[in-house]
Design a protein around this ligand. Sequence first.
Ligand code: NAD
Length: 509
Amino acid sequence: MSIEILNALKLEKTNSGTWCGTTLFPSRERIESFSPVDGKKIASVSCTKQTDYEKIIQTAQTAFIHWRAIPAPKRGEIVRQIGDELRKNKAALGQLVSYEMGKSLQEGLGEVQEMIDICDFAVGLSRQLYGLTMHSERPNHRMYEQWHPLGIVGVISAFNFPVAVWAWNAALAWVCGNVVIWKGSEKTPLCSIACQKIVNKVFAKNKLPDGISSVITGDYKVGEWMSNDTRIPLISATGSTRMGKAVGVAVASRFGKSILELGGNNAIIISDTAQLQLVLPAIVFGAVGTAGQRCTTTRRLIIHEKIYDDVKAVLKKAYTQLRIGNPLDQNNHIGPLIDQKAVEAFLYAIRQVKKEGGKILVPGSRLEGKNYQSGCYVSPCIAEVENHYEIVQHETFAPILYLIKYSTLEEAVALQNAVPQGLSSSIMTESLREAEYFLSNAGSDCGIANVNIGTSGAEIGGAFGGEKETGGGRESGSDAWKAYMRRQTNTISYSNSLTLAQGIQFDIE
Ligand code: NAD
Protein backbone atom coordinates (compact mmCIF):
# COMPACT_ATOMS: atom_id res chain seq x y z
CA MET A 1 0.00 0.00 0.00
CA SER A 2 2.67 2.51 0.99
CA ILE A 3 4.73 2.05 -2.19
CA GLU A 4 1.64 2.50 -4.36
CA ILE A 5 0.85 5.80 -2.68
CA LEU A 6 4.39 7.08 -3.04
CA ASN A 7 4.53 6.09 -6.70
CA ALA A 8 1.17 7.67 -7.43
CA LEU A 9 2.49 10.95 -6.09
CA LYS A 10 5.90 10.47 -7.75
CA LEU A 11 7.71 10.79 -4.44
CA GLU A 12 10.46 8.33 -5.31
CA LYS A 13 12.93 11.12 -6.17
CA THR A 14 12.31 12.95 -2.95
CA ASN A 15 15.93 13.30 -1.90
CA SER A 16 17.49 14.87 -4.95
CA GLY A 17 14.80 16.70 -6.85
CA THR A 18 13.76 20.32 -7.12
CA TRP A 19 10.78 19.97 -4.84
CA CYS A 20 11.79 22.84 -2.60
CA GLY A 21 10.91 25.41 -5.21
CA THR A 22 14.57 25.91 -5.95
CA THR A 23 17.30 23.39 -6.71
CA LEU A 24 18.79 22.05 -3.53
CA PHE A 25 21.61 19.76 -2.61
CA PRO A 26 20.64 17.00 -0.26
CA SER A 27 22.01 17.55 3.23
CA ARG A 28 23.48 14.99 5.56
CA GLU A 29 20.99 15.86 8.29
CA ARG A 30 17.78 13.96 7.65
CA ILE A 31 14.29 13.47 9.00
CA GLU A 32 13.14 9.88 9.09
CA SER A 33 9.42 9.51 8.56
CA PHE A 34 7.87 6.48 10.25
CA SER A 35 4.23 5.61 9.67
CA PRO A 36 2.35 5.32 12.97
CA VAL A 37 0.05 2.87 11.15
CA ASP A 38 2.56 0.01 10.92
CA GLY A 39 5.79 1.49 12.28
CA LYS A 40 7.53 1.23 8.88
CA LYS A 41 10.05 3.84 7.78
CA ILE A 42 8.56 5.44 4.69
CA ALA A 43 11.11 8.12 3.88
CA SER A 44 14.36 9.76 4.78
CA VAL A 45 14.14 13.42 3.88
CA SER A 46 16.96 15.98 3.71
CA CYS A 47 16.72 18.82 6.22
CA THR A 48 17.10 22.31 4.79
CA LYS A 49 20.57 23.71 5.50
CA GLN A 50 20.97 27.36 6.40
CA THR A 51 22.81 28.05 3.13
CA ASP A 52 19.90 26.54 1.19
CA TYR A 53 17.44 28.52 3.31
CA GLU A 54 19.18 31.70 2.14
CA LYS A 55 18.83 30.61 -1.50
CA ILE A 56 15.15 29.81 -0.97
CA ILE A 57 14.49 33.23 0.53
CA GLN A 58 16.26 34.94 -2.36
CA THR A 59 14.38 32.87 -4.93
CA ALA A 60 11.10 33.72 -3.18
CA GLN A 61 11.95 37.43 -3.12
CA THR A 62 12.58 37.41 -6.87
CA ALA A 63 9.43 35.37 -7.51
CA PHE A 64 7.39 37.88 -5.51
CA ILE A 65 8.35 40.71 -7.89
CA HIS A 66 7.02 38.63 -10.78
CA TRP A 67 3.94 37.23 -9.05
CA ARG A 68 2.62 40.50 -7.58
CA ALA A 69 2.61 42.05 -11.08
CA ILE A 70 0.12 39.43 -12.30
CA PRO A 71 -3.47 40.67 -11.87
CA ALA A 72 -5.27 39.06 -8.94
CA PRO A 73 -7.93 37.27 -11.07
CA LYS A 74 -5.12 35.75 -13.16
CA ARG A 75 -3.45 34.57 -9.97
CA GLY A 76 -6.86 33.11 -9.12
CA GLU A 77 -6.76 31.18 -12.38
CA ILE A 78 -3.50 29.51 -11.29
CA VAL A 79 -5.10 28.60 -7.95
CA ARG A 80 -8.07 27.17 -9.89
CA GLN A 81 -5.65 24.88 -11.74
CA ILE A 82 -4.07 23.88 -8.42
CA GLY A 83 -7.55 22.93 -7.17
CA ASP A 84 -8.03 20.77 -10.26
CA GLU A 85 -4.65 19.11 -9.79
CA LEU A 86 -5.63 18.33 -6.20
CA ARG A 87 -8.89 16.82 -7.45
CA LYS A 88 -6.86 14.48 -9.67
CA ASN A 89 -4.58 13.52 -6.79
CA LYS A 90 -7.25 13.40 -4.08
CA ALA A 91 -7.22 9.62 -3.61
CA ALA A 92 -3.44 9.25 -3.49
CA LEU A 93 -2.82 12.32 -1.31
CA GLY A 94 -5.66 11.34 1.05
CA GLN A 95 -4.06 7.91 1.46
CA LEU A 96 -0.66 9.41 2.12
CA VAL A 97 -2.14 11.70 4.80
CA SER A 98 -3.78 8.69 6.39
CA TYR A 99 -0.63 6.57 6.19
CA GLU A 100 1.92 9.15 7.33
CA MET A 101 -0.20 10.88 9.98
CA GLY A 102 -2.50 8.02 11.04
CA LYS A 103 -5.97 9.58 10.64
CA SER A 104 -8.75 7.54 9.06
CA LEU A 105 -8.85 7.38 5.27
CA GLN A 106 -12.20 9.21 5.32
CA GLU A 107 -10.56 12.06 7.24
CA GLY A 108 -7.48 12.00 5.00
CA LEU A 109 -9.70 12.39 1.95
CA GLY A 110 -11.71 15.04 3.80
CA GLU A 111 -8.52 16.98 4.40
CA VAL A 112 -7.72 17.01 0.68
CA GLN A 113 -11.32 18.05 -0.01
CA GLU A 114 -10.74 21.04 2.29
CA MET A 115 -7.74 21.97 0.14
CA ILE A 116 -9.91 21.82 -2.97
CA ASP A 117 -12.63 23.87 -1.27
CA ILE A 118 -10.22 26.62 -0.20
CA CYS A 119 -8.84 26.79 -3.75
CA ASP A 120 -12.39 27.32 -5.05
CA PHE A 121 -12.97 29.97 -2.38
CA ALA A 122 -9.69 31.72 -3.26
CA VAL A 123 -10.55 31.78 -6.98
CA GLY A 124 -13.72 33.79 -6.23
CA LEU A 125 -11.86 35.90 -3.70
CA SER A 126 -9.30 36.88 -6.35
CA ARG A 127 -12.00 39.15 -7.83
CA GLN A 128 -13.17 40.46 -4.45
CA LEU A 129 -10.14 41.95 -2.69
CA TYR A 130 -12.21 45.01 -1.94
CA GLY A 131 -11.20 48.25 -0.24
CA LEU A 132 -13.59 51.01 0.88
CA THR A 133 -13.94 54.52 -0.46
CA MET A 134 -14.56 57.42 1.95
CA HIS A 135 -15.81 60.97 1.56
CA SER A 136 -13.02 63.45 2.14
CA GLU A 137 -13.60 66.47 4.41
CA ARG A 138 -11.66 68.56 1.88
CA PRO A 139 -13.22 69.89 -1.35
CA ASN A 140 -12.16 68.17 -4.57
CA HIS A 141 -10.44 65.34 -2.78
CA ARG A 142 -11.07 61.64 -2.89
CA MET A 143 -10.12 59.03 -0.31
CA TYR A 144 -10.01 55.30 -0.67
CA GLU A 145 -8.16 52.29 0.67
CA GLN A 146 -6.52 49.48 -1.20
CA TRP A 147 -4.90 46.21 -0.23
CA HIS A 148 -1.41 45.23 -1.34
CA PRO A 149 0.45 41.95 -0.93
CA LEU A 150 2.96 41.60 1.90
CA GLY A 151 5.75 39.62 0.22
CA ILE A 152 6.83 36.27 1.62
CA VAL A 153 4.29 34.51 3.83
CA GLY A 154 5.92 31.93 6.10
CA VAL A 155 3.73 28.99 7.06
CA ILE A 156 4.70 26.75 9.99
CA SER A 157 2.29 23.85 10.41
CA ALA A 158 1.47 21.00 12.78
CA PHE A 159 1.41 17.26 12.15
CA ASN A 160 -2.30 16.70 12.65
CA PHE A 161 -3.46 18.55 9.54
CA PRO A 162 -0.37 17.93 7.44
CA VAL A 163 -1.78 19.33 4.17
CA ALA A 164 -5.00 21.33 4.72
CA VAL A 165 -3.57 24.03 6.99
CA TRP A 166 -0.93 24.87 4.40
CA ALA A 167 -3.61 25.08 1.71
CA TRP A 168 -5.79 27.38 3.85
CA ASN A 169 -2.87 29.75 4.07
CA ALA A 170 -1.28 29.28 0.67
CA ALA A 171 -4.41 29.61 -1.49
CA LEU A 172 -5.34 32.94 0.14
CA ALA A 173 -1.75 34.19 0.26
CA TRP A 174 -1.28 33.49 -3.45
CA VAL A 175 -4.40 35.23 -4.73
CA CYS A 176 -3.44 38.17 -2.50
CA GLY A 177 -0.14 38.34 -4.46
CA ASN A 178 2.23 36.81 -1.91
CA VAL A 179 4.68 33.96 -2.26
CA VAL A 180 4.75 31.19 0.34
CA ILE A 181 7.51 29.37 2.18
CA TRP A 182 6.18 26.40 4.11
CA LYS A 183 7.81 24.48 6.93
CA GLY A 184 5.56 21.51 7.57
CA SER A 185 5.77 19.32 10.64
CA GLU A 186 8.91 17.23 10.97
CA LYS A 187 6.54 14.34 11.76
CA THR A 188 4.89 14.42 8.30
CA PRO A 189 7.56 15.57 5.80
CA LEU A 190 6.32 13.44 2.90
CA CYS A 191 2.92 15.12 2.94
CA SER A 192 4.61 18.52 2.47
CA ILE A 193 6.74 17.24 -0.39
CA ALA A 194 3.73 15.63 -2.08
CA CYS A 195 1.85 18.96 -2.00
CA GLN A 196 4.85 20.80 -3.37
CA LYS A 197 5.13 18.31 -6.23
CA ILE A 198 1.48 18.84 -7.10
CA VAL A 199 1.69 22.63 -7.19
CA ASN A 200 5.09 22.67 -8.92
CA LYS A 201 3.48 21.01 -11.90
CA VAL A 202 0.93 23.83 -12.22
CA PHE A 203 3.48 26.62 -11.82
CA ALA A 204 5.79 24.99 -14.37
CA LYS A 205 2.96 24.43 -16.88
CA ASN A 206 2.15 28.15 -16.67
CA LYS A 207 5.84 29.06 -17.08
CA LEU A 208 5.93 30.75 -13.70
CA PRO A 209 9.24 31.06 -11.84
CA ASP A 210 10.43 28.89 -8.94
CA GLY A 211 9.79 30.34 -5.52
CA ILE A 212 6.07 31.16 -5.58
CA SER A 213 5.71 28.04 -3.47
CA SER A 214 8.63 26.62 -1.51
CA VAL A 215 8.88 23.87 1.06
CA ILE A 216 11.59 23.72 3.66
CA THR A 217 12.12 20.80 5.99
CA GLY A 218 13.41 20.52 9.51
CA ASP A 219 12.44 20.81 13.13
CA TYR A 220 11.75 23.84 15.33
CA LYS A 221 15.17 25.35 14.54
CA VAL A 222 14.12 25.93 10.92
CA GLY A 223 10.90 27.45 12.29
CA GLU A 224 13.03 29.78 14.41
CA TRP A 225 14.97 30.98 11.35
CA MET A 226 11.63 31.96 9.84
CA SER A 227 10.24 33.64 12.99
CA ASN A 228 13.36 35.78 13.33
CA ASP A 229 13.66 36.63 9.63
CA THR A 230 12.71 40.23 8.82
CA ARG A 231 12.37 39.23 5.15
CA ILE A 232 9.20 37.31 6.08
CA PRO A 233 6.57 39.95 6.98
CA LEU A 234 3.90 37.42 8.00
CA ILE A 235 4.29 34.14 9.85
CA SER A 236 1.23 31.94 10.07
CA ALA A 237 1.98 29.33 12.72
CA THR A 238 -0.20 26.38 13.67
CA GLY A 239 0.75 24.18 16.60
CA SER A 240 0.95 24.01 20.36
CA THR A 241 0.51 27.01 22.62
CA ARG A 242 4.12 26.51 23.73
CA MET A 243 5.27 26.95 20.12
CA GLY A 244 2.94 29.92 19.60
CA LYS A 245 4.36 31.75 22.61
CA ALA A 246 7.88 31.44 21.17
CA VAL A 247 6.89 32.34 17.60
CA GLY A 248 4.57 35.19 18.65
CA VAL A 249 7.28 36.87 20.74
CA ALA A 250 9.98 36.44 18.07
CA VAL A 251 7.80 37.84 15.26
CA ALA A 252 6.43 40.72 17.36
CA SER A 253 9.93 41.72 18.49
CA ARG A 254 10.81 42.46 14.87
CA PHE A 255 7.39 44.10 14.21
CA GLY A 256 6.31 41.28 11.91
CA LYS A 257 2.73 40.12 11.69
CA SER A 258 1.62 36.71 12.89
CA ILE A 259 -1.43 34.49 12.61
CA LEU A 260 -1.36 32.08 15.56
CA GLU A 261 -3.55 28.97 15.48
CA LEU A 262 -2.79 27.10 18.69
CA GLY A 263 -4.16 24.52 21.10
CA GLY A 264 -7.78 24.08 22.13
CA ASN A 265 -9.64 22.63 25.12
CA ASN A 266 -13.07 22.35 23.61
CA ALA A 267 -16.29 21.57 25.42
CA ILE A 268 -19.84 20.58 24.54
CA ILE A 269 -22.57 21.64 26.95
CA ILE A 270 -25.37 19.07 26.98
CA SER A 271 -28.59 20.57 28.19
CA ASP A 272 -31.34 18.47 29.76
CA THR A 273 -33.47 19.41 26.73
CA ALA A 274 -31.02 17.84 24.24
CA GLN A 275 -32.07 14.73 22.33
CA LEU A 276 -29.55 12.10 23.29
CA GLN A 277 -29.79 10.04 20.10
CA LEU A 278 -28.86 13.18 18.12
CA VAL A 279 -25.97 14.30 20.29
CA LEU A 280 -24.27 10.94 20.67
CA PRO A 281 -22.57 10.84 17.22
CA ALA A 282 -21.45 14.47 17.62
CA ILE A 283 -19.83 13.66 20.96
CA VAL A 284 -18.16 10.43 19.88
CA PHE A 285 -16.86 11.78 16.55
CA GLY A 286 -15.67 14.93 18.34
CA ALA A 287 -13.86 12.98 21.05
CA VAL A 288 -12.28 10.08 19.17
CA GLY A 289 -12.10 11.32 15.55
CA THR A 290 -8.45 11.60 14.45
CA ALA A 291 -7.74 9.70 17.71
CA GLY A 292 -8.37 12.91 19.66
CA GLN A 293 -5.68 14.77 17.71
CA ARG A 294 -7.72 17.62 16.26
CA CYS A 295 -7.29 21.12 17.62
CA THR A 296 -11.10 21.12 17.79
CA THR A 297 -11.41 17.68 19.44
CA THR A 298 -14.10 17.52 22.13
CA ARG A 299 -12.14 17.25 25.36
CA ARG A 300 -14.81 18.17 27.93
CA LEU A 301 -18.51 17.34 28.21
CA ILE A 302 -20.44 19.62 30.54
CA ILE A 303 -23.62 17.70 31.25
CA HIS A 304 -26.82 18.77 33.02
CA GLU A 305 -27.20 16.89 36.31
CA LYS A 306 -30.68 15.60 35.38
CA ILE A 307 -29.33 13.60 32.42
CA TYR A 308 -25.77 13.03 33.62
CA ASP A 309 -26.22 9.33 34.41
CA ASP A 310 -28.08 8.67 31.14
CA VAL A 311 -25.33 10.31 29.07
CA LYS A 312 -22.70 8.34 30.97
CA ALA A 313 -24.48 5.07 30.24
CA VAL A 314 -24.99 5.81 26.54
CA LEU A 315 -21.38 6.87 26.10
CA LYS A 316 -20.00 3.85 27.92
CA LYS A 317 -21.97 1.61 25.57
CA ALA A 318 -20.92 3.56 22.47
CA TYR A 319 -17.24 3.29 23.42
CA THR A 320 -17.48 -0.52 23.55
CA GLN A 321 -18.44 -0.46 19.86
CA LEU A 322 -15.42 1.52 18.65
CA ARG A 323 -13.14 -0.32 16.28
CA ILE A 324 -9.48 0.60 16.59
CA GLY A 325 -6.91 -0.35 13.97
CA ASN A 326 -5.35 0.44 10.61
CA PRO A 327 -6.91 3.76 9.56
CA LEU A 328 -6.73 2.83 5.88
CA ASP A 329 -9.23 0.06 6.64
CA GLN A 330 -12.57 1.84 6.46
CA ASN A 331 -14.13 -0.51 8.99
CA ASN A 332 -12.09 1.09 11.75
CA HIS A 333 -13.18 4.23 13.59
CA ILE A 334 -9.86 5.10 15.20
CA GLY A 335 -6.27 4.90 14.03
CA PRO A 336 -3.04 5.38 15.94
CA LEU A 337 -1.59 8.39 17.74
CA ILE A 338 1.23 10.10 15.87
CA ASP A 339 4.07 8.51 17.88
CA GLN A 340 4.97 6.78 21.10
CA LYS A 341 5.62 10.10 22.85
CA ALA A 342 1.94 10.94 22.27
CA VAL A 343 0.99 7.58 23.83
CA GLU A 344 3.12 8.45 26.87
CA ALA A 345 1.37 11.85 27.18
CA PHE A 346 -2.03 10.06 27.04
CA LEU A 347 -1.05 7.58 29.76
CA TYR A 348 0.40 10.40 31.87
CA ALA A 349 -2.90 12.32 31.66
CA ILE A 350 -4.82 9.27 32.87
CA ARG A 351 -2.45 8.89 35.83
CA GLN A 352 -2.84 12.58 36.65
CA VAL A 353 -6.65 12.35 36.55
CA LYS A 354 -6.50 9.60 39.17
CA LYS A 355 -3.96 11.53 41.24
CA GLU A 356 -6.17 14.61 41.31
CA GLY A 357 -9.20 12.60 42.45
CA GLY A 358 -10.96 11.87 39.14
CA LYS A 359 -12.74 8.61 38.37
CA ILE A 360 -11.94 6.58 35.25
CA LEU A 361 -15.16 5.47 33.59
CA VAL A 362 -13.77 3.88 30.43
CA PRO A 363 -10.13 2.90 30.91
CA GLY A 364 -7.65 3.95 28.25
CA SER A 365 -4.54 1.94 27.57
CA ARG A 366 -1.84 1.23 25.01
CA LEU A 367 -2.93 -1.57 22.68
CA GLU A 368 -0.62 -4.46 21.99
CA GLY A 369 -0.58 -7.34 19.53
CA LYS A 370 -0.16 -8.02 15.87
CA ASN A 371 -2.45 -5.23 14.64
CA TYR A 372 -0.80 -2.63 16.83
CA GLN A 373 2.89 -3.21 16.19
CA SER A 374 3.79 0.46 15.80
CA GLY A 375 3.07 0.88 19.52
CA CYS A 376 1.01 4.01 18.77
CA TYR A 377 -2.53 2.64 19.21
CA VAL A 378 -4.56 3.35 22.34
CA SER A 379 -8.09 2.66 23.47
CA PRO A 380 -9.93 5.92 24.21
CA CYS A 381 -10.64 6.93 27.77
CA ILE A 382 -13.54 8.64 29.57
CA ALA A 383 -13.01 10.16 33.02
CA GLU A 384 -15.21 12.00 35.52
CA VAL A 385 -13.36 15.09 36.74
CA GLU A 386 -13.65 18.60 38.15
CA ASN A 387 -13.01 21.35 35.61
CA HIS A 388 -10.34 23.00 37.79
CA TYR A 389 -8.00 19.96 37.86
CA GLU A 390 -4.64 20.97 36.47
CA ILE A 391 -4.65 18.17 33.91
CA VAL A 392 -8.12 19.21 32.68
CA GLN A 393 -6.85 22.76 32.14
CA HIS A 394 -4.25 21.39 29.69
CA GLU A 395 -4.75 20.10 26.17
CA THR A 396 -3.73 16.43 26.07
CA PHE A 397 -3.55 15.63 22.38
CA ALA A 398 -5.15 12.18 22.61
CA PRO A 399 -8.61 10.58 23.02
CA ILE A 400 -9.37 11.38 26.64
CA LEU A 401 -12.82 12.79 27.33
CA TYR A 402 -13.66 14.52 30.62
CA LEU A 403 -17.20 14.50 32.06
CA ILE A 404 -18.28 17.41 34.26
CA LYS A 405 -21.72 17.98 35.86
CA TYR A 406 -23.68 21.27 35.96
CA SER A 407 -27.00 22.48 37.32
CA THR A 408 -27.62 25.93 35.73
CA LEU A 409 -26.82 27.17 32.25
CA GLU A 410 -24.85 30.12 33.64
CA GLU A 411 -22.71 27.66 35.59
CA ALA A 412 -22.21 25.51 32.47
CA VAL A 413 -21.03 28.48 30.42
CA ALA A 414 -18.72 29.61 33.22
CA LEU A 415 -17.19 26.12 33.33
CA GLN A 416 -16.85 26.01 29.55
CA ASN A 417 -14.99 29.33 29.62
CA ALA A 418 -12.84 28.47 32.66
CA VAL A 419 -9.82 27.14 30.73
CA PRO A 420 -6.89 29.06 29.24
CA GLN A 421 -7.74 28.06 25.66
CA GLY A 422 -10.59 29.44 23.53
CA LEU A 423 -10.92 27.58 20.24
CA SER A 424 -14.21 25.68 19.76
CA SER A 425 -17.36 25.20 21.79
CA SER A 426 -20.86 23.90 21.39
CA ILE A 427 -24.22 23.52 23.09
CA MET A 428 -26.71 20.74 22.49
CA THR A 429 -30.15 22.05 23.34
CA GLU A 430 -33.71 22.23 22.06
CA SER A 431 -34.21 25.52 23.91
CA LEU A 432 -33.92 28.74 21.92
CA ARG A 433 -33.29 30.70 25.09
CA GLU A 434 -30.32 28.50 26.02
CA ALA A 435 -28.89 28.59 22.50
CA GLU A 436 -29.11 32.38 22.29
CA TYR A 437 -27.58 32.84 25.76
CA PHE A 438 -24.68 30.59 24.73
CA LEU A 439 -24.11 32.70 21.59
CA SER A 440 -24.55 36.06 23.36
CA ASN A 441 -21.65 38.17 24.61
CA ALA A 442 -22.18 36.61 28.05
CA GLY A 443 -21.88 33.15 26.51
CA SER A 444 -19.00 31.19 24.99
CA ASP A 445 -15.68 33.05 24.83
CA CYS A 446 -14.37 30.88 21.98
CA GLY A 447 -13.62 31.72 18.35
CA ILE A 448 -16.08 29.02 17.31
CA ALA A 449 -19.46 28.50 19.02
CA ASN A 450 -21.89 25.94 17.59
CA VAL A 451 -25.45 24.90 18.38
CA ASN A 452 -26.56 21.28 17.98
CA ILE A 453 -23.40 20.19 16.20
CA GLY A 454 -20.12 19.19 17.82
CA THR A 455 -16.90 21.14 18.28
CA SER A 456 -14.95 19.70 15.35
CA GLY A 457 -15.41 19.77 11.60
CA ALA A 458 -15.28 23.42 10.53
CA GLU A 459 -16.14 24.51 6.99
CA ILE A 460 -13.72 26.64 5.01
CA GLY A 461 -16.25 29.46 4.43
CA GLY A 462 -16.01 30.79 7.98
CA ALA A 463 -12.99 32.43 9.59
CA PHE A 464 -11.25 29.75 11.64
CA GLY A 465 -9.38 30.36 14.89
CA GLY A 466 -9.69 30.96 18.59
CA GLU A 467 -9.14 33.32 21.49
CA LYS A 468 -6.93 33.39 24.61
CA GLU A 469 -4.11 30.81 24.46
CA THR A 470 -5.41 29.60 21.10
CA GLY A 471 -3.64 32.67 19.76
CA GLY A 472 -6.30 34.95 18.25
CA GLY A 473 -5.49 34.23 14.60
CA ARG A 474 -8.10 33.71 11.88
CA GLU A 475 -7.57 31.70 8.70
CA SER A 476 -9.61 30.44 5.79
CA GLY A 477 -12.98 32.06 4.99
CA SER A 478 -14.88 35.30 5.67
CA ASP A 479 -12.43 38.25 5.61
CA ALA A 480 -9.42 36.28 6.92
CA TRP A 481 -7.65 37.27 3.67
CA LYS A 482 -7.02 40.73 5.09
CA ALA A 483 -4.28 39.32 7.34
CA TYR A 484 -2.31 38.40 4.20
CA MET A 485 -2.27 41.95 2.84
CA ARG A 486 -1.27 45.45 3.89
CA ARG A 487 -3.89 48.19 3.87
CA GLN A 488 -3.04 51.50 2.28
CA THR A 489 -5.16 54.65 2.60
CA ASN A 490 -4.93 56.98 -0.41
CA THR A 491 -6.04 60.61 -0.58
CA ILE A 492 -6.07 62.21 -4.01
CA SER A 493 -6.58 65.94 -4.60
CA TYR A 494 -7.92 67.31 -7.87
CA SER A 495 -8.18 70.84 -6.41
CA ASN A 496 -6.15 73.84 -7.60
CA SER A 497 -5.23 74.73 -4.02
CA LEU A 498 -3.59 72.71 -1.30
CA THR A 499 -6.09 72.25 1.53
CA LEU A 500 -4.93 70.84 4.86
CA ALA A 501 -7.06 68.53 6.96
CA GLN A 502 -8.71 69.80 10.16
CA GLY A 503 -8.88 73.31 8.58
CA ILE A 504 -5.26 74.08 9.44
CA GLN A 505 -3.92 77.21 7.74
CA PHE A 506 -0.28 77.27 6.68
CA ASP A 507 0.46 80.24 4.43
CA ILE A 508 3.82 80.59 2.81
CA GLU A 509 4.87 82.98 -0.02
P1 NAD B 1 4.10 21.66 17.75
O1 NAD B 1 3.90 22.95 18.44
O2 NAD B 1 4.98 20.65 18.41
O3 NAD B 1 4.73 21.90 16.28
C1 NAD B 1 4.06 22.65 15.30
C2 NAD B 1 5.05 23.22 14.32
O4 NAD B 1 5.82 24.24 14.97
C3 NAD B 1 6.07 22.22 13.80
O5 NAD B 1 6.30 22.48 12.43
C4 NAD B 1 7.32 22.52 14.63
O6 NAD B 1 8.53 22.18 13.99
C5 NAD B 1 7.21 24.03 14.79
N1 NAD B 1 7.86 24.59 15.99
C6 NAD B 1 7.91 24.06 17.23
N2 NAD B 1 8.55 24.91 18.07
C7 NAD B 1 8.90 26.00 17.34
C8 NAD B 1 9.59 27.22 17.64
N3 NAD B 1 10.04 27.48 18.87
N4 NAD B 1 9.76 28.12 16.65
C9 NAD B 1 9.29 27.88 15.39
N5 NAD B 1 8.65 26.72 15.05
C10 NAD B 1 8.46 25.80 16.02
O7 NAD B 1 2.65 21.06 17.47
P2 NAD B 1 2.23 19.62 16.93
O8 NAD B 1 2.47 18.59 17.98
O9 NAD B 1 2.79 19.39 15.57
O10 NAD B 1 0.65 19.84 16.73
C11 NAD B 1 -0.29 19.72 17.74
C12 NAD B 1 -0.72 21.07 18.28
O11 NAD B 1 -1.17 21.91 17.21
C13 NAD B 1 -1.90 20.97 19.22
O12 NAD B 1 -1.69 21.82 20.29
C14 NAD B 1 -3.08 21.44 18.37
O13 NAD B 1 -4.17 21.93 19.11
C15 NAD B 1 -2.43 22.49 17.55
N6 NAD B 1 -3.19 22.78 16.35
C16 NAD B 1 -3.91 23.93 16.32
C17 NAD B 1 -4.70 24.22 15.21
C18 NAD B 1 -5.53 25.47 15.15
O14 NAD B 1 -5.97 25.82 14.06
N7 NAD B 1 -5.78 26.16 16.25
C19 NAD B 1 -4.72 23.34 14.12
C20 NAD B 1 -3.96 22.18 14.19
C21 NAD B 1 -3.19 21.92 15.31
